[in-house]
Design a protein around this ligand. Sequence first.
Ligand SMILES: CC(C)(COP(=O)(O)OP(=O)(O)OC[C@H]1O[C@@H](n2cnc3c(N)ncnc32)[C@H](O)[C@@H]1OP(=O)(O)O)[C@@H](O)C(=O)NCCC(=O)NCCS
Length: 152
Amino acid sequence: MELACGIFTPASSISDDDIRDIGVLLGCLSDHAPRVSPADLLEVAIESHLFVVSDLDAPRGNGYRIVAMATLVPKRQLMGCFGFVEDVATHPDYERRGISTWLNQQIIEHARRIGIKHLDLTSSPEREAANRLYLKLGYERRATNVYRKKLE
Ligand SMILES: CC(C)(COP(=O)(O)OP(=O)(O)OC[C@H]1O[C@@H](n2cnc3c(N)ncnc32)[C@H](O)[C@@H]1OP(=O)(O)O)[C@@H](O)C(=O)NCCC(=O)NCCS
């Protein structure tokens, strides 16, 4: 199996396969994941850094299948330039092969290159695999409260 990891840059157009693959990965993150449109995907790809791992041997029209993803959201604040990592998911058929470790290492290196001072992410305690992954990658658990104000 040949895998490639990089920033998702829709060269010409976003294919139905891309949308389907991303939809499956979002489904791994939430039962209530919204259905993404090509416009949504394009916007995220432009505003953030959407990293994907593609299986280049998967029989698909566009010659690859997106099997893992994570989004790096750089944020310039008064205190400096920081980054948030979101949407970390690997397709169930591809789990436990080091794919997310590889993808997240690429994100960390990229963040360092673009001057990000630290990366933050959140993960609920019951996501055992994810919490192990982050600890393995060198993230440290912080004692802080996470708040959310629902607007709809
Ligand atoms: C968490 C997730 C992204 C890991 O992806 P992956 O490509 O399988 O990860 P890796 O193969 O790189 O594994 C890295 C480490 O994660 C941990 N891990 C991964 N799968 C695991 C599992 N099923 N059980 C326990 N630990 C697991 C291990 O510590 C592993 O390191 P090891 O293999 O050296 O022990 C994937 O399981 C997933 O998509 N889960 C559902 C969505 C999710 O929870 N996303 C995180 C949101 S915060």
